[in-house]
Design a protein around this ligand. Structure first.
Ligand SMILES: *Cc1c(COP(=O)(O)O)cnc(C)c1O
Length: 461
């Protein structure tokens, strides 16, 4: 054994203790760390030949990289839709690495059953019944890839073609309809060989990002064969929701697979006041939920739910003599794009056990209340204008008056350089804008005070 490796083995508790202390200090200093660190030029170091051991690596990381890491786990990082990591989920994540289970198969460990238990709890949380099965994937994008792959298998089934056996070409073009699809839908369509041009945008309701269901019905009517409808439960700009029940009702007259992107909007289901937004989620054929956003578990974590596990199995089964028979309860390696994978369920399991339904509901409710608070302050300021009502946890706004893209880009840079908060740009309804997304468990009203003060100062020029 390499002497440094042997040394680390003998002092493993000290190594972990040092990393734990280091992490603890970093998290204790989160409030003082900049929400965004504008990247500096980093000169890549040569590949180490003889190593420096784990504690040496920790020193090296501290010296060369740590100061460039942003407080994206902190309370004022409002860019994209970014969750933090609850204390319990962080502990669960560490143990995921410590036990290093591979829950691809159930031949040697109960880790798969922990994943099944967690998926079951999550289904319950989102109001999905026992007809749904689920599996952990890395993020909403892979959840969509998985869901749309199953959808395509279903379209094949309607046409008497087995896509998983004969390939996408045997099926020919598939039509995908959506009102305000997330960019990851196009990426998934490209990746799956259906092509980005298979997506047809359906008009949205006036002043909204939600699809016009009557227009969707017309688009379905005009098609010859079955289609895939991608509905949105929470758009990134204004957190608008398609009317899932009305869309599902169109199945009485039209044949389509209903894929719902509920990456973060699905969390509306946790709070009685907001649950109506996501009503009808249980009518979907496949559902995307991200956990590294609003569940506040570390990256990378999302779930894909479907009611057609049989088709999922056709797409993803990975038969080999050494893996045994696929039984009544298929191993996860037959259900997801990966074969070997980490026990991604463990951080979520920890957080659900630690804080329960009530604890996670409180995070959702608080984030919505804080978004509304910032929205009201923006609305009351002469320097800003709100571009859409705050429906859930995102505030979409822009400076008062005519605003150019350059102005927004300059503001985004100025906000990042200030470091109190971090916001990402967007274009909403043709207007360059900013968005502030609340999804971190740590955020409080005091943070909104600081964020709004910075916005006012920077808008004043
Ligand atoms: C974030 C997001 C995605 C993509 O999620 P990743 O976790 O980055 O793969 C897809 N859809 C919606 C609505 C999102 O908010």
């Amino acid at each position: 054994m390499d002497p440094r490796l042997a040394d680390d083995l003998h002092s493993l508790p000290d190594v972990l203790d040092a990393a734990g202390k280091f992490a603890g200090a970093a998290l204790a200093g989160l409030d003082g760390r900049a929400a965004a660190v504008p990247p500096g030029a980093v000169v890549p170091a040569p590949l180490p030949d003889g190593g420096v051991g784990a504690r040496g690596a920790l020193d090296e990381f501290s010296r060369r990289w740590e100061s460039g890491f942003a407080a994206s786990a902190g309370p004022r990082y409002l860019g994209f839709v970014t969750g933090g990591a609850t204390p319990a989920s962080l502990a669960g994540d560490w143990l995921t690495a410590a036990y290093d289970q591979n829950p691809a198969s159930g031949m040697d460990s109960s880790a798969q059953d922990l994943e099944r238990e967690t998926v079951g709890w999550l289904a319950e949380l989102f109001g999905l019944g026992p007809e749904f099965s689920g599996a952990f994937v890395t993020g909403a994008t892979m959840s969509t890839v998985t869901g749309l792959a199953i959808a395509r298998e279903w379209v094949g089934e309607q046409a008497g073609v087995t896509v998983s056996a004969d390939g996408a070409a045997a099926l020919g073009p598939v039509t995908v309809l959506s009102g305000s699809p997330h960019s990851s839908i196009l990426k998934a369509l490209s990746f799956l060989g259906m092509g980005r041009s298979s997506l047809r945008k359906v008009p949205v309701l006036p002043g909204r990002e939600a699809v016009d269901v009557a227009k969707l019905a017309e688009a379905l009517e005009a098609l010859d064969g079955p289609a895939i409808v991608v509905a949105n439960a929470g758009t990134v700009n204004t957190v608008d929701f398609d009317d899932l029940r009305a869309i599902a009702a169109l199945k009485e007259r039209h044949e389509f697979w209903l894929h719902v992107d509920a990456a973060f909007g699905g969390f509306a289901a946790l709070a009685p006041e907001h649950a109506a937004l996501a009503a009808g989620l249980e009518l979907a054929d496949s559902v995307v939920v991200d956990l590294h956003k609003w569940l506040n578990v570390p990256y990378d974590s999302a779930v894909q739910f479907t009611r057609r596990r049989d088709l999922q199995l056709r797409v993803f089964s990975n038969n080999a003599a050494y893996l045994g028979e696929i039984g009544e309860t298929p191993d996860f390696l037959h259900l997801t794009p990966e074969n070997s994978r980490r026990l991604r369920a463990l951080p979520a399991w920890f957080s659900l056990v630690a804080y329960g339904r009530a604890g996670h509901r409180e995070i959702v409710e608080r984030c919505v209340a804080l978004a509304r608070d910032l929205g009201a302050r923006i609305d009351g300021s002469a320097r800003w204008q709100l571009l859409a009502p705050v429906r859930l946890n995102v505030v979409c706004f822009t400076p008062a008056g005519d605003v150019t893209q350059d102005r927004i880009d300059a503001l985004v840079r100025a906000i990042a350089e200030d470091g109190t908060t971090f916001l990402t740009p967007t274009v909403y309804d043709g207007r360059p804008a900013l968005r502030a997304a609340f999804s971190n468990w740590r955020t409080t009203t005091a943070d909104v005070d600081r964020i709004f003060a910075v916005l006012e100062r920077l808008a004043a020029g």
